[in-house]
Design a protein around this ligand. Structure first.
Ligand SMILES: CC(C)(COP(=O)(O)OP(=O)(O)OC[C@H]1O[C@@H](n2cnc3c(N)ncnc32)[C@H](O)[C@@H]1OP(=O)(O)O)[C@@H](O)C(=O)NCCC(=O)NCCS
Length: 207
């Protein structure tokens, strides 16, 4: 497998691989020529050549917009999700290809996680939750039953979302927020109860 992106996020993904997934990293790709090594792995910079050679790639970039940009630009092929051995994922939940699930995360019955998403350490994804592609659920966030989260949305650390709420696409929810009602596309929400303070750039996801 190739990891695309030699960042701190990639180190956490290496921990997933080392947790007993029987998957090995061949090398790490990054477009920054100054980075030559990460956690003992060689970092290669010939992206065009390598991306077509190995169909098993995880984009190890925490920023949702950059992750989507890389996916589209290089037509990255995905054929598996990476789930830490000490995450708890229901047999009746779906984690789609290209997504990663960190240590301590819980994903319950009938939850559906799209492609290229991140379920970070100790996040809880309750029953019947739907999370679209390129989302990031940060450490310790609690997404309760039936919540819907749109493409590219970033849920900050320690956020709570009450049952059944719909959060749009490319939303940012600030760390520690409590979301008690629906959130429109591109909104930036902080606080308890969550309050919109501004909007993300609507063109950001079209790069
Ligand atoms: C919400 C967030 C994206 C805003 O970042 P930003 O666009 O740079 O905004 P600013 O820092 O300029 O803050 C704007 C206002 O919101 C407030 N604010 C920012 N984050 C807040 C938060 N999490 N909770 C409550 N208020 C917050 C600031 O105090 C500021 O208020 P003011 O205008 O009255 O001074 C960021 O603060 C945040 O919480 N990011 C989540 C980080 C995270 O959880 N990462 C996980 C990585 S794994």
């Amino acid at each position: 497998m190739i990891l695309f992106g030699a960042s701190g996020h990639a180190k956490v993904i290496l921990d997933i691989l080392n947790s007993g997934t029987n998957t090995e990293v061949s090398y790490i790709l990054d477009d920054n020529p100054a980075i030559t090594e990460l956690a003992g792995f060689k970092v290669d910079h010939d992206i065009e050549r390598n991306i077509v050679q190995d169909i098993n790639t995880i984009i190890a970039i925490g920023d949702n917009r950059i992750r989507k940009h890389i996916f589209m630009k290089y037509n990255v092929k995905l054929n598996k999700a990476l789930i830490h051995n000490r995450a708890v994922v229901s047999d009746n939940a779906l984690v789609s290809n290209g997504s990663v699930v960190m240590a301590g995360a819980v994903i319950n019955h009938s939850a559906n996680i799209g492609e290229n998403s991140i379920i970070n350490s100790n996040a809880v994804i309750e029953h019947d939750v739907s999370i679209a592609n390129f989302a990031h659920i940060s450490p310790g966030a609690i997404i309760t039953g039936g919540v819907q989260i749109g493409e590219g949305t970033h849920i900050g650390a320690g956020v709570s979302v009450i049952p059944g709420v719909k959060i749009g696409k490319w939303v940012t929810v600030g760390a520690g927020a409590v979301i008690i009602k629906d959130v429109p596309d591109y909104a930036v929400v902080v606080g308890n109860p969550g309050n919109i303070i501004k909007y993300n750039n609507t063109n950001d996801d079209k790069r």
